[in-house]
Ligand binder design. Structure first.
Ligand code: 3PG
Length: 398
C-alpha cells in the first residue's frame, strides 16, 4: 500500500476489494472482526485524500439482488469503525453506483452493494467476469487504482479479486501484506514441535490441508464434526453424528499412514438432539448410542490435546472442536483455545485461521491478544498452507 500512497492518491478514485463477509444474525453482526481488520487500509487511503470505492461480498447470494444479503448492516458498522461517513450504493455497478462514484469528493468512502448480486462476479466464463471488472474500472476512471485487501477471498478467481487487478495499477493492502507475512512464517521453517489443530464440520473441506500438512507437522489434532468420519473409518458406530460416508476410506488411509502424527479424541460429549438445551452426556468414543450425536470433544480429550499444545512452539488452529455456539458444547473449543493461549504465553508462535475459530475466540470471551495472529482468511489461509497458488495474490505479483 505504501507504494500507492507514495505515488499520491489525493483526488484519485481507488477501488478496494475488502472481505467484509461477516456472520449475521438477522441484520445484527455477530462478529465484526473482518470489518475491523479491513479498516486500516481504507482509513489510510481516505486520510490521504483518495475517493475510496469499496467492493465486497456477503454470503453466497444467487447472482441477483437479495435483501437478506445486503451490505447495509456492514455499511453502518464500517462507518462506525472508520469514524467517517460511508455511503452505500443501491446497486453494484449500476446507475446509483455510477452517480455516487461521480459525486465523491476527496476522502469520501463509497461501499458498493454486494458484488455477488451480479452473476458475473462468480461466473465460470472469464469473458463475463472481465465485463464486470470493466464496469468496476469505469467507476474509478482512467486515473484509478486497485487495492486488493480482502485476504479472505484471494483464493477465489473472481471478477473483483482477479480480473479487475489485470485492468488497473494494482497494490496489496495492509491486511493482505500482513496475512501473507504471518502465514509465511508457518511454511518457512516453523519452530518445532509444530502442532496443527483442525476442527469444523466437513472433512471434505479439510482433506487437502490434512494431506498437505500431515507430512510436515509433528502433531495433527483432529476434533469437531469432521472427527466422526474418522471414527466411522475405525469401524466404530457414530450414532446420529455427522459423517461423510464417501470420505470414510480416505480417512482410514490417513489414519494408517499418519498414525504417529494424527491425534483424535477418546471421549466426546453427546446429545439427543441438535439444540442448545439437548440432553447431553460424556461418553467414550466407543459408546455412542444409536440416536445420539457427538457435539463436542470430551474433557479427557481436552486434557490430552492441551498437553500436546502447551509444549508446542508453533501452532496453527482452524475449526472449532464442537458446537461452541451452544454453551453445553463449547468446553472443547474453549479448552483447546486456552491451551494455545498458554503455549503463546510461553513463547510459541500461534495462528488462528478461519472465520469460525476466530469468531469462537471472540464469542467465548477469550483474549484476542492471547494468540500471535488471528487470520481473517478461512479457505484462503488453508489453501495458502496447502501450498496452492492463490489467484488474488498471483495476479498482484504478475
Ligand atoms: C470466507 O468467508 O472465507 C470468505 O469471505 C470467502 O467466502 P466464500 O467461501 O463464499 O467465497
Amino acid at each position: 500500500l505504501d507504494d500507492l500512497l507514495n505515488a499520491g492518491v489525493e483526488g484519485r478514485a481507488v477501488l478496494v476489494r475488502s472481505d467484509l463477509n461477516v456472520p449475521l444474525d438477522g441484520d445484527r453482526i455477530t462478529d465484526p472482526g473482518r470489518i475491523i481488520a479491513s479498516a486500516p487500509t481504507l482509513k489510510a487511503l481516505a486520510e490521504a485524500g483518495a475517493k475510496v470505492i469499496v467492493t465486497a461480498h456477503l454470503g453466497r447470494p444467487k447472482g441477483e439482488p437479495d435483501p437478506q444479503y445486503s451490505l447495509a448492516p456492514v455499511a453502518v458498522k464500517l462507518a462506525e469503525v472508520l469514524g467517517r461517513n460511508v455511503q452505500l450504493a443501491g446497486d453494484v455497478v449500476g446507475q446509483d453506483a455510477l452517480a455516487r462514484a461521480e459525486g465523491l469528493t476527496d476522502g469520501d468512502v463509497l461501499l458498493l452493494e454486494n458484488i455477488r448480486f451480479d452473476p458475473r462476479e462468480t461466473s465460470k466464463d472469464e469473458a463475463e467476469r472481465t465485463k464486470l471488472a470493466k464496469a468496476l474500472v469505469e467507476l474509478v476512471g482512467d486515473d484509478g487504482a486497485f487495492v486488493s485487501d480482502g485476504f479472505g477471498v484471494v483464493h477465489r478467481a473472481q471478477a473483483s479479486v482477479y480480473e479487475v487487478a489485470k485492468l488497473l495499477p494494482h497494490y496489496a493492502g495492509t491486511l493482505v501484506e500482513a496475512e501473507i507475512k504471518v502465514l509465511g512464517k508457518l511454511t518457512e521453517e516453523p519452530e518445532r514441535p509444530y502442532a496443527v489443530v483442525l476442527g469444523g464440520s466437513k472433512v471434505s473441506d479439510k482433506l487437502a490441508v490434512i494431506e498437505a500438512l500431515a507430512p510436515k507437522v509433528d502433531t495433527l489434532v483432529i476434533g469437531g464434526g469432521m472427527y466422526y468420519t474418522f471414527l466411522a473409518a475405525q469401524g466404530v458406530s457414530v450414532g446420529n453424528s455427522l459423517c461423510e460416508e464417501s470420505m470414510i476410506d480416505t480417512c482410514k488411509a490417513l489414519l494408517e499412514q499418519y498414525a504417529d502424527v494424527i491425534h483424535i479424541p477418546q471421549d466426546v460429549v453427546i446429545a439427543d438432539s441438535f439444540s442448545a438445551d439437548a440432553e447431553s452426556k460424556i461418553v467414550s468414543v466407543l459408546e455412542i448410542p444409536d440416536g445420539w450425536m457427538g457435539l463436542d470433544i470430551g474433557p479427557q480429550s481436552v486434557r490430552r490435546f492441551a498437553a500436546i499444545l502447551t509444549s508446542a512452539k508453533t501452532v496453527f488452529w482452524n475449526g472449532p472442536m464442537g458446537v461452541f455456539e451452544f454453551e453445553k458444547f463449547a468446553a472443547g473449543t474453549k479448552g483447546v483455545a486456552e491451551a494455545i493461549i498458554e503455549a503463546t504465553g510461553k513463547g510459541a508462535y500461534s495462528v488462528v485461521g478461519g472465520g469460525d475459530s476466530a469468531a469462537a475466540v471472540r464469542q467465548l470471551g477469550l483474549p484476542e491478544d492471547g494468540f500471535s495472529h488471528i487470520s481473517t482468511g478461512g479457505g484462503a489461509s488453508l489453501e495458502y498452507l496447502e501450498g496452492k497458488e492463490l489467484p488474488g495474490i498471483a495476479v498482484l505479483e504478475g
